[in-house]
Design a protein around this ligand. Structure first.
Ligand code: CA
Length: 226
């Protein structure tokens, strides 16, 4: 899951980034409204955390401009708890609110709730052959056997399972599972695919995770033709 955080206070931005990273999300941070809007329109985020009081362009302006183009769920952060602010925010297209200061677990719970909402059409139970993922409960099983994954491995597998039989390129995977700050070599994708393969395919008759040579990877019950 990829999250955009638009927040100008470095301490709060860092606090959110670190917490979300630890929870397995890929996070980009923009520190003013204009940059935030640019990021939001340039990449496909699953959810956006947007501060209201921002330099360049305030959060409500960002939201209005975003809403004419994209439907990504938005959680507004505000220091002010007034009815007027909430109404303005909802009118501008916010999906939820959180007042500062907030406890990180509450932010995480609200983001999860937004990710479960119908407009995104996200299934919470994914299945490819005998491999099953319960996204809400963070559980993975193959042929009924429970598989333990790290948060990053889980995100990678979720992305593959949401695009079954489709070939996903290394750069698609890098963009989706890592973030704009990631300039490392794309070998990291191969490394994580290797971890995942050991966990979901080793010890089973039929491999599900296929390498499509020179292109990328795909998850499929059928044999790879690449
Ligand atoms: Ca602010």
């Amino acid at each position: 899951m990829r999250v955009l955080v638009i927040e100008d206070e470095p301490g709060i931005a860092q606090f959110i980034r670190q917490g979300l990273n630890e929870a397995g999300y890929a996070v980009d941070v923009a520190s003013d409204g204009q940059a935030g809007l640019n990021y939001a329109l340039a990449a496909e985020y699953d959810v956006i955390v947007l501060d209201i009081m921002l330099p360049q362009m305030d959060g409500l302006q960002v939201l209005r401009q975003m809403r004419s183009r994209i439907k990504t769920p938005v959680l507004l952060l505000t220091a002010r708890d007034t009815v007027e602010d909430r109404v303005k925010g909802l009118d501008a297209g916010a999906d939820d609110y959180l007042f500062k200061p907030f406890a990180f677990p509450e932010l995480l719970a609200r983001l999860r709730a937004l990710l479960r909402r119908p407009p995104l059409q996200l299934d919470t139970i994914l299945q490819v052959a005998d491999l099953e993922m319960d996204v809400a409960n963070r559980e993975v099983r193959r042929a009924g056997k429970s598989i333990e994954l790290s948060p990053r491995e889980f995100s990678l597998l979720e992305y593959l399972m949401r695009h079954p039989r489709q070939v996903l390129t290394r750069s698609q995977i890098t963009e989706r599972i890592w973030n704009f700050d990631f300039y490392g070599d794309s070998n990291v994708v191969d490394v994580y695919i290797g971890y995942l393969r050991r966990k979901i395919d080793n010890g089973f008759d039929r491999p599900l995770l296929h390498t499509v040579r020179g292109v990328g990877y795909r998850l499929s019950a059928e044999q790879s033709d690449g």
